[in-house]
Ligand binder design. Structure first.
Ligand SMILES: Cc1cc2nc3c(=O)[nH]c(=O)nc-3n(C[C@H](O)[C@H](O)[C@H](O)COP(=O)(O)OP(=O)(O)OC[C@H]3O[C@@H](n4cnc5c(N)ncnc54)[C@H](O)[C@@H]3O)c2cc1C
Length: 433
């Protein structure tokens, strides 16, 4: 016998949990399926010997959609973030003060006087820029048009890499890059206990609102009616799990990667096209738990002439045992840069914390993580991204960091979750009226 629910959600990452919680709070009966034993997707945290390892470096943008949605649901966001202190720029193997604000811009020896003046002007301009009007322009084109000195372009490109995770300035749309820069300037925090705290907070709100959360449940297919002739565009009927269980639902929300969505409706050319077009943004990650820092004041380094990132997340959030330190090192991949060796990342850490190897308690290297399922391109911009509604299949929606008009990274996931919930609750309200 088929089970029934109002809305079936596929995926128990932050996007799936958020849409489920919002819908259940609005009075809908919601069932969420997650194929792993554990919720969280790419926002999961693994604890090793008291060190809380996120899946690569994770920062929550306080001015973004994720903070808005989490705040609206009452999910606690405790932690802290860099405000410029201990922040360095890495160029040609040497560390300099990172020009993150007015004081560090004056102090740094990264640029000469004329370069500093130009950087100051560009930063001011960026905060006022109308990001949406930049659609059709690549970040590379924007940098070349507005910055005359190559050394300033290099610094600004590094700051964009930091907020977008995208190393390919040719491919990345300036509209997405500039709006993400503006969001990031409002502040970022690392989360006490790691992003699992956000996941647990969301899951608790969802369960309290009545969501049935089913883990270790892989959805195999989304079922749809295709009309009397079998040729119609279709309407969602429900879904089928890998163990054969079937659910009837008025709507199905898939909160997974574009390839996973296409796999649930084989033969659908539109969905297959979305999967084929999306270029994932990738990074290599080295995570290290240290018994202590060798340079307690050197907490952050951003590569200027290379796509490097190193940050002592435990300097700002509770992520390590007393006296210990948790460091995330990453290489932004993209363009011609398609891989990284562990050795390269170790060298970056050696610059920030010389002699760190003697204090290692635990470490993990992950060579190719998918940070974002699709890079917002120059050609399509944010407004050309797919979904959240799937126009040719009524009742089918997608949620994720590749979906909708707002934000990048988890901000896009939670913005699309919010849009889907609003739309489905409006429809249910209209039917009830
Ligand atoms: C190295 C790294 C660094 C990052 N840094 C940041 C950062 O600093 N700031 C930021 O905002 N974001 C960051 N992100 C991105 C952020 O983690 C993701 O955008 C966010 O977690 C995506 O959530 P999601 O729910 O959309 O997708 P996911 O987390 O990918 O969740 C999808 C879920 O769907 C499940 N699923 C898929 N198919 C099925 C199926 N058929 N049946 C059942 N379940 C299924 C999967 O198991 C998974 O749990 C980073 C990511 C990485 C990897």
């Amino acid at each position: 016998m088929k089970k029934t629910t109002d809305v079936a959600v596929v995926g128990g990452g932050m996007g799936g949990l958020a849409v489920a919680a919002l819908l259940a709070r609005g009075g809908r009966k919601v069932t969420l399926f997650e194929k792993s034993r554990q919720l969280g997707g790419r926002a999961r945290t693994t604890e090793v010997e008291g060190y809380q390892f996120n899946l690569g470096p994770h920062a929550l943008y306080l001015g973004g959609a994720a903070a808005r949605v989490l705040g609206g649901l009452g999910v606690p966001m405790r932690g802290g973030g860099p405000r410029g202190e201990g922040s360095l720029a890495l160029r040609a193997g040497r560390l300099h003060a990172l020009p993150a604000g007015a004081v560090s811009l004056l102090m740094t020896d990264l640029l000469g006087a004329a370069g500093k003046l130009e950087l100051g002007r560009v930063m001011t301009r960026l905060m006022k820029e109308d990001a949406a009007a930049l659609e059709g322009t690549s970040l590379r084109e924007w940098l070349e048009e507005h910055i005359s000195r190559a050394e300033v372009r290099e610094v600004v490109a590094a700051i964009f890499r930091l907020s977008t995770y995208c190393a390919d300035t040719n491919a990345l749309g300036a509209d997405a890059a500039v709006s993400q820069f503006q969001v990031a300037r409002k502040g970022v925090i690392y989360i006490d206990g790691g992003w699992k705290e956000l996941v647990n907070g969301l899951a608790e709100v969802a369960r309290r609102a009545g969501v049935e959360v089913v883990t270790s449940a892989r959805v195999e297919s989304v079922e749809r009616d295709t009309g009397a002739t079998g040729a119609g565009p279709g309407r969602v009927r429900g879904l089928k799990l890998a163990d054969g269980t079937e659910y009837e639902a008025e709507a199905v929300v898939v909160a997974g990667a574009p390839g996973e969505v296409a796999g649930l409706l084989p033969g659908d050319e539109v969905l297959a096209g979305w999967a084929a077009e999306s270029v994932p943004v990738k990074a290599a990650s080295l995570e290290v738990g240290l018994s202590r820092l060798t340079k307690p004041r050197a907490l952050f380094a951003l590569g200027v002439d290379g796509p490097w990132y190193a940050s002592v997340h435990s300097g700002w959030a509770r992520l390590a045992p007393e006296g210990g330190a948790l460091v995330h090192v990453a290489k932004y991949l993209g363009g011609e840069d398609t891989e990284a060796s562990e050795r390269e990342l170790e060298e970056v850490l050696e610059r920030l914390q010389p002699g760190w190897r003697e204090h290692v308690v635990t470490r993990r290297f992950l060579p190719g993580l998918t940070v974002m399922n699709a890079l917002p391109t120059k050609e399509k911009g944010l407004s050309g991204r797919p979904g959240p509604g799937v126009a040719h299949v009524r009742g089918l929606y997608v949620v994720g960091d590749w979906v909708g008009r707002e934000g990048m990274l988890v901000d896009a996931s939670l913005a699309s979750a919010e849009t889907v919930a609003r739309e489905l609750l409006r429809e249910a309200g209209a039917r009830a009226a």
